[in-house]
Design a binder for this molecule. Structure first.
Ligand code: ATP
Length: 245
């Protein structure tokens, strides 16, 4: 059974950084000494195993599953089930079975936080996951681009309709600031996320810059100490922990 605060990370569109936010938030909470699980239900583009540098699936013991541990975080992913990147047509009952298995048949131990990487958008799968995991609090990830925040509004409204509580909005790829420069460039525009937050009755809780990946890094999606995004994710984790605790 899952214990702890369940935080679902949702987005209107794919590609806005939902999985990156989920993974880094989970790692930052773990660095704060919290017991954290990261569950990847993004069946369309499961990227958590590669982001977390996991190359093998989970082991089992007495018919129960032992989650894979990476960066101090216990991980379960749809990517462990879907082999060779094969496309899968997910139907409600099948999805329900997997969600049920991830929640009830995994040896999670005592947890402080469960971060869920949701499928993007408001399609059937997102709706099913929302329904099957009630009582989760939601973080909505968007970019400042008007198309992204417009579509994000729909996903946000769906969460509201399902009675999920909002933790807030994370604006990703907010701006680019060249190293050693003070000037910030708002490549995708500015202000859309504040408007979205007020429309949804929530707050903008983080504004994350665009940072080019370090090509020499083995795990380019998990930001290490010394990277501005590392500090931004630690601030986000701290803010989340104080608002929820
Ligand atoms: N702040 C950022 N700066 C630079 N690159 C970023 C940033 N955030 C995310 N990215 C990159 O953008 C790409 C998309 O990110 P990610 O996979 O997290 O998006 P997603 O919303 O989960 O997409 P999908 O739902 O399609 O899986 C990745 O290559 C990721 O490394």
């Amino acid at each position: 059974m899952l214990s702890g605060n369940v935080i679902s990370v949702i987005s209107g569109k794919g590609g806005v950084g939902k999985s990156t936010v989920s993974a880094n938030l989970a790692v930052s909470l773990s660095k704060m000494g919290k017991e954290v699980a990261l569950i990847d239900f993004d069946i369309y583009g499961s990227s958590i195993p590669s982001m977390m540098n996991i190359s093998h699936g989970p082991k089992s013991m007495n018919n129960r599953i032992i989650p894979v541990e990476s960066h101090g975080v216990k991980v379960m992913s749809m990517g462990f089930i879907v082999k060779n990147n094969d496309p899968v047509v997910w139907r409600g009952p099948m999805l329900g079975k997997v969600i049920n298995q991830f929640i009830n048949d995994v040896i999670w131990g005592d947890l402080d936080y469960v971060i869920i990487d949701m499928p993007p958008g408001t399609g059937d799968v997102a709706m099913d996951v929302n329904r099957l995991i009630p009582n989760s609090q939601q973080i909505l990830v968007t970019t400042p681009h008007p198309t992204s925040s417009h579509v994000a509004e729909r996903a946000g409204k769906m969460a509201h309709n399902n009675n999920h509580k909002f933790v807030g909005i994370v604006e990703n790829m907010s701006y680019f600031q060249p190293p050693d420069h003070n000037q910030k460039y708002y490549i995708f525009g500015k202000g859309g996320s504040e408007q979205l937050a007020s429309k949804l009755g929530t707050e903008l809780i983080a504004r994350l810059p665009i940072i080019a990946p370090n090509e020499k890094d083995f795990e380019p999606s998990i930001y290490k100490k010394g990277n501005l995004l590392h500090d931004k994710y630690m601030e986000l984790a701290d803010r989340l922990d104080s608002s929820i605790a």
